[in-house]
Write a protein that binds this ligand. Structure first.
Ligand code: PEP
Ligand code: MG
Length: 822
């Protein structure tokens, strides 16, 4: 199976052909493809190709790829009418062009002014021979970004019956990024559904298809040739299934958006250029951090003893990662889970066990097992895979540290440090006292590494890939880290420092002004009341939030009390915990969410068997309804909090009225049916689209945008591979929010948001514009979000929200939101 990758020939905004105002294109009469609304003025070749035709008026070009796929790129709609005005072809028919080579220069202003539209279809005209297997998502695109993947032909299955039931197939990999973490996990999961052993071979290297790490170590790139072999009763079916997965795009489409690396063209004197991993500005003193190898004894003290040590350290680390993942949110949770998956990888475990059997100590054996895999990833030349090698090194350290009885290294840092590291591992960043760190300057690394994702999620300015020049920087040297501009000023002039200080002071001033008014009631500039409350998991969170002006608690995550222990907390323990939160908020309302456990938040005492797809399994209120004793105890505990009525009750993961009615029946059962407000979380598309029904019986609605986004976009919120695309500002999610608000309003119910979107300054104007009247935000964000709401004008916010609903994708909404913020 041959595949062809086409890259964007224009800078602009990708949209489906349906959005082209010309039926010839919109109805795919010329073929399937995508459209780009250009923002630049040059059309380049989307692949190596031969030019078949350049329209005499210069507005369209036809290309043929070496494989025979024929492409038509049509600059604008009705541009033939311009008679060549505004188009300057740079190549002629018959020319051989290479990907990225300029083909046509055009005058965008003229096209916008005079043609029907500038939107440019990119079409595959011989679709009968080349199907589109992957396409870029709608949104901003830069020249050279993946646009379309074409699949040319099938490869037949070859059976090898020489030694029992066996099957074999050659396949050309269609995955746009080859086998990276996400496809490896998907392939391994598929392989595990067969009893046959499936092996993938590339050149001289082979790996079991059941091992994600083994698959990664093959360094399989897009269009590589692989052989799949299987042996076992269902060998043929296994080969067919794995082959089909490899020969399709596995839903990869365009890569997840990567933070735009800012690399200035000219580097000012006294500065070092890096790549932006997390934007922002910081002034501080260099504090060096070095990742050193931990010393391990090469030889073991007996095979049985080392095996036992290995197993118990591995089990302990697995428990620790599971607990940390359950207690974390956002990317941190995904990263803990990714590490837990790697730790359970059978290929790594086998390799370590054979090393132990050969006499190595458990620590040495783990290093022997994991290092070659990490090195192979690094050597493969794919920067994304190389970034995953850091996770392997991290896991190497974490298990070795456990085997050697070492604590996680914690640096003692001066306040305001610019942490300078040749490399930094995700677990090390998570262990740092980030209150002391002003920014990160990393010699190696990449913008999509987990360290970069973590830094961005915490708003910590970070530059990566600064290179060798940073090695000469002295400890304590004062620098200006302008991560937004991709520059580390190592010899800043007094003027530059003064300018950076002024910019930082302006931010601090805004913060201080927000703090000063934190305790005031929150209204928009034109008087609409918006309650800003907080999400908390403990009384400490509630105290921080109260000091920041929280008007109550919009989401008490009670599951934290239930995790990481052998038995469920009893009524008295629960009451004490909820009472402490209520006391910290001094009479303000507290919305207690009923136990939201299961899925990725496991509890050992709940008999929930392993589930293939826990996010779609027994979780949220389904668990409470399946275990009425636990539900009843929790209801009793909430009802015992004084003063009575301070606590409201919220039901998680609702999909229908029946669940709400069952909780009401449980409330009646424990004698608390009257007087307590009972609301629901809207976290499933089912709840959002039936909000008007649910609102008939629910006292309030609170949208959990974290789950709502994962279920609406079909992207696992714990999967680091999709973390970059999992954005609650996707118009699909916004439309579900709109439906919820409208449904609630029909029965005079208020709608709040308690998911992460409520703490996102870019999202808040849209949420308020959609009619959300309660925002439950992170404790530290309360004062800032209140200040932001005070600046909003409802008419503008509503217009802005409407425009957001019409955007083509989350990236477009974010762009719009940035413009609105400005
Ligand atoms: C949510 O899903 O948005 C939410 C607030 O719940 P949690 O993140 O605890 O699942
Ligand atoms: Mg949730």
């Amino acid at each position: 199976m041959a595949t062809i990758s086409l890259t964007a020939p224009l800078e602009g905004w990708v949209s489906p052909l349906d959005e082209v105002v010309d039926a010839v294109f919109a109805e795919r009469m010329l073929g399937d493809g995508l459209a780009i609304d250009p923002t630049g003025d040059v059309l380049v070749a989307p692949c190596d190709a031969r030019v078949l035709v350049v329209q005499p008026s210069g507005h369209a070009i036809t290309l043929e790829t070496p494989e025979g796929a024929q492409l038509l790129i049509h600059l604008g709609i009705d541009t033939v009418a311009l008679d060549g005005r505004g188009f300057e072809p740079l190549v002629a028919a018959g020319a051989t062009v290479t990907r990225g080579q300029p083909l046509i220069r055009f005058d965008l202003d003229l096209v916008v002014r005079e043609a029907q539209a500038a939107i440019t279809p990119v079409i595959v005209t011989n679709g009968e021979r080349f199907a589109i297997a992957g396409r870029a998502k709608a949104g901003a695109v830069a020249i050279g970004a993946p646009l379309l993947t074409l699949v040319a032909s099938e490869v037949a299955t070859v059976e090898d019956a020489s030694d029992g039931p066996a099957a074999r197939r050659a396949v050309t990999v269609a995955l746009s990024h080859g086998i990276h973490a996400r496809p490896a996990a998907k392939l391994a999961a598929a392989a595990k559904t067969f009893t046959a052993d499936v092996t993938l071979t590339k050149g001289e290297r082979s790996a079991s298809a059941r091992s994600p790490v083994g698959l990664l170590s093959l360094i399989v790139a897009h269009r590589d040739e692989l052989t799949i072999e299987a042996r076992g009763v269902d060998a043929e079916a296994a080969v067919a299934a794995i082959g089909d997965l490899l020969a399709t795009d596995l839903d990869e489409g365009a890569p997840a958006p990567v933070p735009t690396p800012a690399k200035p063209r000219t580097v000012p004197e006294g500065a070092i250029a890096g790549v932006t991993a997390s934007p922002g500005l910081a002034i501080g003193a260099i504090a060096r951090w070095q990742v050193r190898d931990l010393d391990v004894p090469p030889l073991g003290a007996g095979i049985a003893a080392e095996e036992a040590c290995f197993e118990s350290a591995r089990a302990a680390l697995a428990d620790d990662l599971a607990a940390r993942s359950a207690g974390a949110t956002g990317p941190a949770r995904a990263i803990f889970r990714a590490h837990a998956d790697m730790l359970a990888d059978p290929a790594l475990i086998d390799a370590a066990q054979s090393s132990i059997a050969g006499g190595a100590s458990a620590a040495q054996a783990w290093r022997d097992a994991i290092r070659p895999q990490a090195e192979a990833l690094r050597a493969g030349g794919d920067p994304r895979l190389a970034e995953r090698a850091d996770d392997m090194r991290d896991l190497e350290r974490q298990l070795i540290a456990r085997l050697m009885g070492m604590e996680q290294e914690v640096a003692t840092l001066p306040v305001g440090a610019i942490l300078l590291a040749d490399d930094l591992l995700p677990s090390q960043l998570m262990a740092l006292d980030l209150d002391r760190v002003a920014g990160l300057a990393i010699e190696r690394g990449g913008p999509t590494s987990h360290v970069a994702i973590l830094a961005a999620s915490r708003g910590l300015p970070a530059l990566v890939a600064l290179g060798a020049p940073v090695r000469d920087l002295a400890e304590g040297a004062r620098v200006v880290l302008d991560a937004s501009e991709g520059l580390l000023h190592v010899a800043p002039s007094p003027e530059l420092v003064a300018d950076a200080e002024a910019r930082l002071a302006a931010v601090a001033q805004r913060r201080a002004a927000a703090r000063a008014r934190a305790a005031e009631e929150c209204r928009t500039a034109d008087g609409t009341r918006i309650e800003v409350v907080t999400n908390c998991g403990s009384a400490e969170d509630a105290r921080v939030a109260a000091a920041n002006g929280a008007e109550g608690c919009g989401l008490l995550r009670t599951e934290l009390l239930f995790l990481d222990r052998a038995t469920a907390p009893d009524v008295a323990e629960q009451t004490a915990a909820y009472q402490a939160v209520a006391d910290a908020l001094a009479g303000k309302p507290v919305i207690v969410r009923l136990l939201d456990i299961g899925g990725d938040k496991p509890a050992p005492y709940l008999p929930i068997g392993p589930e293939e797809n826990p996010a779609l399994g027994l979780r949220g209120i389904r668990v409470g309804l399946a275990h009425p004793d636990i539900l009843d105890d929790q209801l009793r505990a909430i009802l015992a909090v004084r003063p009575a009525g301070q606590c409201r009750i919220m039901v998680p993961m609702v999909v229908g009225l029946d669940e709400l009615r069952q909780v009401r029946a449980a409330l009646d059962r424990v004698g608390g049916g009257d007087g307590v407000e009972l609301g629901i979380m809207v976290e499933t598309p089912a709840a959002a689209v039936t909000a008007s029904q649910l609102a008939r019986e629910a006292d309030f609605l609170s949208i959990g945008t974290n789950d709502l986004t994962q279920y609406a976009l079909a992207m696992d919120r714990g999967n680091a591979a999709v973390a970059g695309a999992l954005d609650g500002l996707h118009p699909a999610v916004l439309r579900l929010i709109e439906q919820t608000v409208t449904g609630g309003a029909r029965h005079a119910r208020w709608t709040g948001v308690c998911g992460g979107l409520a703490s996102d300054p870019l999202a808040v104007p849209i949420l308020v514009g959609l009619g959300v009247t309660e925002l439950s935000v992170a404790p530290a964000a309360v004062a800032d979000i209140k200040a932001l709401v005070r600046d909003l004008d409802m008419i503008r916010a509503r217009d802005h929200a409407r425009a957001a609903l019409d955007c083509a994708g989350a990236a477009e909404v974010r762009q719009l939101a940035r413009e609105f913020a400005r």
